[in-house]
Design a protein around this ligand. Structure first.
Ligand code: MG
Length: 163
């Protein structure tokens, strides 16, 4: 017997890890930071948020929709991934309630860029600025990330039924 489908709010979690590389601009949370960075346009925040949205709607993940083996996805603007996820969740009958993000890094300092990130993310997601939050965390001197090698991002989102 098939189970009835979930019709209430749905929660989704996304995670991404990017290496910081010299000679590339550091894109995080839809803005450019004055710090070097990595893969595609390097925006681990937008990748994690994309996965959180897709996960909440019970859809595929970013790697399945946009495989990094496809040359078209190399250096792709991460806003394209976000828009694809928004289109997909809307098709499932959901809208975004809120998104919360943790960026763990000892590379760029996050605090000074929080307001700009929240504003840009809200714009990309089509939700109010107070429905997006961003927090920076340091690694307390532990592991390779603590040497400034990369950024790890967790994003969680709540989807609400559209009506
Ligand atoms: Mg990524």
């Amino acid at each position: 017997m098939t189970q009835p489908s979930c019709t209430g709010p749905r929660i989704g979690l996304g995670f991404d890890l990017h290496r910081l590389e010299e000679a590339r601009p550091c894109r995080l949370g839809g803005i450019t930071l004055d710090h070097p960075a990595g893969h595609s346009d390097g925006d681990a925040v937008l990748h994690a948020v994309t996965d959180a949205l897709l996960g909440a709607a019970g859809l595929d993940d970013i790697g399945t929709l946009f495989p990094d083996t496809d040359a078209a996805n190399k250096d792709q603007d991460s806003a394209v991934f976000i828009q694809a996820a928004i289109d997909a969740i809307q098709k499932e009958g959901y809208r975004i309630g809120n998104v919360d993000i943790v960026i763990a890094t000892e590379g760029p300092r996050i605090a000074p860029s929080r307001p700009a990130m929240r504003e840009r993310l809200a714009e990309l997601l089509g939700i109010p600025t107070n429905a997006v939050n961003v927090k920076g965390k340091t690694l307390e001197g532990m592991g390779a990330l603590a040497k400034g090698a990369g950024v790890a991002v967790q994003a969680i989102c709540l989807l609400m039924p559209k009506r």
